[in-house]
Design a protein around this ligand. Structure first.
Ligand code: UD1
Length: 340
């Protein structure tokens, strides 16, 4: 057994938020073991994290539902904790194929938790989402808000949060932190890693950067008749590096007999038009766009009350919207075709 007392297992290791977290953890001296089924990502990204940190991580290609593969890993390494990122995240796809989402996100997590229990590794940081709050009836959104996800993807996050709470109630040895992300955007300052969605992006900022680079013709702004300052929806965008640092903090604040749900946002809301204007201004590029009908299921206004993260983790988001959009553009320019 490789007995490295700072060994951390990262699931979904080649994904967007995981790779940024790996950089922060490796820089902090953690030994990382990554696992990913590579369905939505590429192993090549690990060459980039190595370029940034000067260290490589151990990587295993497997789906979390392959219990024997997971058991092999837990036999081989003495994990201190797990950061669980693996999961599908496209809302529209989850509506069309809910079983795909329930099987991958729920069965994958249950298998992971079961193997963790078997090997008495009972410390986990989970990648949850503000999507569990659905369309909140008041902003800013704190962790006590009603849980009311609006689609199968969101429900997988809410069910997993509930499973974690039940496990914690059943056994005081578990240390659990579930981080509810608002809207992660941006990229590592180096421009080596960033967001590389498959196909046409669903989310606003990758759509903007791909329009700016000329891969997409124009952006559709989904609705300008919402009851907001300029009629477009408001979100709490957070720099992916701030988010990555929060995972490091969470890891260092894991406590036995505790299961905490923590919002990760900046506490500030920006409209779609403000994001477009700010992107144009800081990067000096024009984004062709048109106003289109509303997108079904969009909440009008969502932004976090991030006080709990400050109190429990001693963490605050530091990077501005300007910085997020500069870094997103830097990554897109350096990688016009993503990691391909
Ligand atoms: C979406 C998901 C959310 C998920 C998150 C992951 C929905 C309803 N919600 O959040 O569950 O956790 O992604 O990051 O899909 N917009 C445009 N044009 C576009 C794309 C987006 O105007 O081409 C607008 C949207 O209407 C929204 C804002 O930009 O007002 C942000 O959209 P997006 O980046 O997709 O994030 P969310 O909808 O907040």
């Amino acid at each position: 057994m490789e007995n490295v007392n700072k060994s951390i297992l990262i699931t979904g290791a080649t994904g967007y938020i995981a790779t940024h977290t790996i950089v922060e953890l490796v820089n902090r001296g953690y030994e990382i073991v990554g696992i990913d089924n590579l369905v939505n990502s590429s192993k090549k990204v690990l060459d980039k994290t190595k370029e940034i940190t000067g260290e490589s991580i151990k990587f295993f290609e497997s789906d979390l539902r392959e219990r024997d593969n997971l058991r092999d890993l837990f036999e081989k390494f003495d994990f201190k904790a797990v950061i669980h990122f693996a999961g599908y995240k496209a809302v529209g796809e989850s509506v069309l194929d809910p079983l795909l989402y329930y099987s991958n996100n729920l069965s994958g997590t249950i298998t992971l938790l079961d193997v963790m229990k078997e090997y008495a590794v009972k410390s986990i940081v989970f990648s949850s989402s503000c999507t569990v709050y659905g369309s909140p009836d008041k902003v800013p959104v704190d962790e006590g808000n009603v849980i009311s996800p609006q689609n199968p993807y969101g429900r997988t996050k809410a069910y997993i949060d509930q499973i974690l709470e039940d496990i914690s109630n059943s056994d005081p040895d578990w240390s659990i932190i579930s981080l509810r992300y608002f809207n992660p955007i941006g990229a590592h300052e180096s421009g080596l890693i960033g967001e590389d969605p498959n196909g046409i992006p669903n989310n606003l900022v990758p759509f903007i950067t791909q329009t700016a680079v000329g891969k997409l013709e124009k952006l559709s702004v989904f609705g300008n008749d919402y009851p907001t300052k300029d009629g477009t929806c408001i979100r709490d965008y957070i720099h992916v590096v701030d988010l990555a640092i929060a995972h490091l903090k969470a890891l260092e604040h894991l406590e036995k007999n505790s299961c905490e749900f923590i919002n990760l946002g900046t506490g500030k809301g920006y409209s779609v038009l403000e994001v477009i204007r700010t992107f144009e201004k800081v990067n000096n590029v024009k984004i062709p766009f048109e106003i289109s009908p509303r997108r079904e299921g969009d909440a009008v206004e969502v932004f976090a009350k991030p006080d709990k993260a400050d109190k429990l983790l001693d963490w605050k988001a530091k990077r501005s919207l300007e910085k997020m959009l500069k870094d997103a553009w830097n990554f897109q320019q350096k990688n016009p075709n993503g990691y391909k």
